[in-house]
Design a protein around this ligand. Structure first.
Ligand code: CAA
Length: 259
């Protein structure tokens, strides 16, 4: 892969969007490579948490690639939108939690990429925004849908209609990011969260993700029924047996085996 780096550190996978010449902007090639990296994660049952970040200190991702979009016709634009939405939905539906480590500009497709992750941790210099209307287009990789679901309709409408950026402090205030950390501590903090997640029973964590994501789109009774099903399913796992046995024997379970 040319524009996407993939590495494993323990039970965590790190995906880095690395197109420094364009502030990590997402062209079709990069989206396809990101898709490949997600497939590597899906195929590896030893990965319990993933992190997505951008190379360098200036940008997470500065958006979809404007140079590539400039001359697109309606048909090509639809395919580009479909590609971005397909890849970002795959992130959202990945069985394991995904953390966005937002290290600078997260604009347009960059903000949308962060929104498709489960948790967003931002550096102090991060900037979020959906500037698309200033380019004569709407957000195309989920911004109109996920931003409104994350920060609420009024704030999302203001950000999208005005196309103005918000800094990390405001992003925290409106609930767009989980926390803000000094830039030089970002990856340490993100890995600390990833490792904490990875130290818990993987099957239970993954079922939590599915239950939250499905339930949030459904009425409360459907959501609660789904929760009952995943709760029960945990009792078919060895990790549940080991953890509860350890508890009653007043010891800590040594490690979970994802079984
Ligand atoms: N697409 C293509 N190239 C981009 C880019 C993008 N989204 N963002 C930055 N670049 C390129 C610049 O063209 C520049 O290239 P050159 O050195 O070859 O000229 C290089 O990255 C560095 O950028 P700047 O010189 O502009 O850096 P800056 O510090 O002056 O400004 C910035 C930084 C404010 C992020 C500015 O680059 C910018 O406004 N970028 C565009 C942000 C944007 O509008 N994103 C939304 C895109 S539309 C979208 O994402 C649609 C969707 O939902 C699918």
């Amino acid at each position: 892969m040319e524009n996407v780096l993939f590495e494993k550190r323990g039970h965590a996978a790190l995906i880095t969007i690395a197109r420094p010449k364009a502030l990590n902007a997402l062209n079709s090639e990069t989206l396809k490579e990101l898709n490949e990296a997600l497939d590597l994660i899906s195929a590896d049952s030893d990965i319990y948490c993933a992190i997505i970040t951008g190379a360098g200190e200036k940008a997470f991702v500065a958006g979809a690639d404007i140079s590539e979009m400039k001359d697109m016709n309606v048909f090509e634009a639809r395919n580009f939108g479909l590609l971005g939405n397909k890849v970002f939905r795959k992130i959202e539906l990945l069985s394991i939690p995904v953390i966005a480590a937002v290290n600078g500009f997260a604009l347009g497709g960059g903000c949308e990429l962060a929104l498709s992750c489960d948790i967003r941790i931002a550096s102090e210099n991060a900037k979020f925004g959906q500037p698309e209307v200033g380019l004569g287009i709407t957000p195309g990789f989920g911004g109109t849908q996920r931003l409104a679901r994350t920060v609420g309709v009024p704030k999302a409408k203001e950000m999208i209609y005005a196309g103005s950026n918000i800094n990390s402090e405001e992003a925290y205030r409106v609930g767009l990011v989980n926390r803000v950390v000094p830039s030089d501590k970002l990856m340490d903090e993100v890995f600390a969260v990833a490792n904490k997640i990875a130290a818990n029973a993987p099957i239970a964590v993954q079922l939590c993700k599915t239950a939250i994501n499905r339930g949030i789109q459904a009425d409360i009774d459907t959501g609660l029924n789904f929760e009952t099903e995943v709760f029960a399913e945990c009792f078919a796992s060895q990790d549940q047996k080991d953890a509860m046995e350890a508890f009653v024997e007043k010891r800590k379970v040594e490690r979970f085996n994802n079984k």
